[in-house]
Write a protein that binds this ligand. Structure first.
Ligand SMILES: NC(=O)c1ccc[n+]([C@@H]2O[C@H](COP(=O)([O-])OP(=O)(O)OC[C@H]3O[C@@H](n4cnc5c(N)ncnc54)[C@H](OP(=O)(O)O)[C@@H]3O)[C@@H](O)[C@H]2O)c1
Length: 429
């Protein structure tokens, strides 16, 4: 049997997908008992020199012409962005042609409607590469843990911020670390989506759909970026045997029937598995009722790593085409959205850095204000002496987030406090 592949896009990922399919042709045929054959490819600029050599006869002027091609059984969308990807994917699914995509942005904005369309048309959209690159988290949640109940998901799913934070830990300032990440190709020319945490929020929303069955728009995820951190925070964290990571978290709050969800920088204990995830790598820590804790780690991006996940999805979807089965059942199985836990009611430990003028009585006022708001201090260190500003670095005992927030609002108004305090939650192992 021959399965006709229609590719939309032949850039960084698309070229590697094409190459893997060509080079692995025989191996894939043996595993699949069918041949994957690229029969049509849409690109924007046919004259562009590419990392793979594709016969000119396969190139098509529009995504639509690929989707409509009767020889195309399976559509692989690797253009990125919303349009024309949304329109092409919608056409394919309506025509009951399954889709493989790496397009997180498309799924973050239109996932719910596309998943519903799959269910209605009894077809499927596979998107392993859209979250965590080569880290097989989608398959793990959909298949491996299908009989289990995920209680907690904590992920490093943005390689750019992980790289930048690692570089700041070596002493670079935020702008220097970001410029370096851009030079090395780890950050986009416009890095806002990454450094403001929205890319992680988009991926987390997709993972929450899979892990907890709850449809969720990413803009509802409380999100804090890394732009307010200084190298001092990274070095204070190191002295306290922690590192700083941008984490995407979703945790069931037992008894409340609610999900605590957030994206933001955290202090992570140095001995924990997530602390060892360096550079542009990604990791997802899962805690599920039957399987207990498990961690998936791997390359979160890059042409080849992403392409390997795309081709694995193509083989998986092709298996169902060969078997003549349609679709893979509902994508979202919960009856409705899971309500969020109020983050203000969470109880957690925190790291605080408060930049102050070095004046007599300042420390006393800080500790009094914290105490008045029921925030108990586990440790306090003053960094610097007599040269303003000095950093007061505190770790708290577990405290209610609302109490801490109100305490910091009061502290920020003190005349000796020179900038808004930096506050990071501490991840419990
Ligand atoms: N790169 C990564 O490491 C990575 C990792 C994970 C996920 N992803 C996702 O994978 C997808 C592809 O990323 P990429 O890095 O490969 O992007 P890319 O290098 O910019 O390639 C995009 C491709 O799509 C084609 N294209 C764009 N608009 C088109 C249109 N209107 N009609 C026809 N073709 C069009 C481009 O054609 P031309 O070549 O003619 O311009 C190009 O071949 C994105 O959704 C991205 O978020 C990428």
């Amino acid at each position: 049997m021959r399965i006709g592949i229609g590719m939309l896009g032949l850039g960084t990922v698309g070229s590697e997908v094409y190459r893997l399919v060509q080079e692995g042709r025989d191996e894939i045929s043996r595993r699949l008992d069918a041949t994957l054959e690229v029969v049509a490819v849409a690109v924007r600029d046919p004259s562009r020199v590419r990392a793979c050599s594709v016969p000119e006869s396969l190139l098509r002027p529009t995504p639509e012409s690929v989707v409509r091609d009767p020889d195309v059984d399976l559509v692989v969308e690797l253009m990125g962005g919303i349009e024309p990807a949304r329109e092409a994917v919608t056409h394919a699914l309506r025509a009951r042609k399954p889709v493989v995509t790496a397009n997180k942005a498309l799924l973050a904005e239109h996932g719910t409607e596309l998943f519903e369309l799959c269910d209605r048309r009894r077809t499927e959209i596979a998107f392993e590469a859209a979250v965590g690159g080569a880290v097989p988290i989608v398959r793990t949640l959909r298949l491996s843990l299908a009989a289990d109940r995920v209680e907690r998901l904590v992920a490093i799913i943005n390689g750019t911020t992980n790289y930048v934070l690692g570089s700041m830990a070596e002493g670079r300032s935020y702008p220097e670390a970001l410029a370096e990440a851009q030079r090395l190709g780890y950050a986009e020319a416009d890095p806002r989506l990454d450094v403001e945490g929205h890319d992680a929020a988009q991926k987390l929303a997709l993972l929450i759909g899979l892990a907890f069955g709850a449809p969720l728009h990413w803009s509802a995820v409380p999100t804090i970026g890394i732009g307010h951190l200084t190298p001092a925070d990274l070095s204070h964290a190191a002295e306290l045997s922690h590192c700083v990571k941008l984490l995407a978290r979703a945790e069931r709050r037992t008894g409340q029937g609610r999900l605590a969800v957030r994206v933001g920088p955290h202090l992570v204990p140095r001995g924990s598995l997530l602390a060892s995830v360096s550079g542009a790598n990604n990791a997802v820590l899962l805690d599920s009722r039957a399987a207990g804790p498990s961690v998936l780690v791997g390359r979160g991006a890059g042409g080849l790593a992403t392409a390997a996940a795309v081709v694995a999805d193509m083989i998986d979807v092709a298996r169902r085409i060969v078997a003549g089965s349609a679709g893979i059942g509902p994508y979202l199985w919960a009856s409705g959205p899971l309500p969020f836990a109020d983050l203000d009611e969470e109880v957690e430990r925190a790291y605080l850095r408060i930049s102050v003028q070095d004046r007599p009585g300042v420390l006393g006022r800080l500790t009094t204000l914290l105490g008045e708001h029921r925030v108990s201090i586990a440790s306090l260190v003053q960094r610097g002496h007599q040269v303003d500003p000095v950093d007061v670095v505190l770790l708290t005992h577990p405290c209610r987030v609302r109490d801490l927030r109100l305490a910091l609002e009061a502290i920020a108004k003190d005349e000796c406090v020179l900038e808004p305090p930096c506050w990071l939650p501490i991840l419990e192992a």
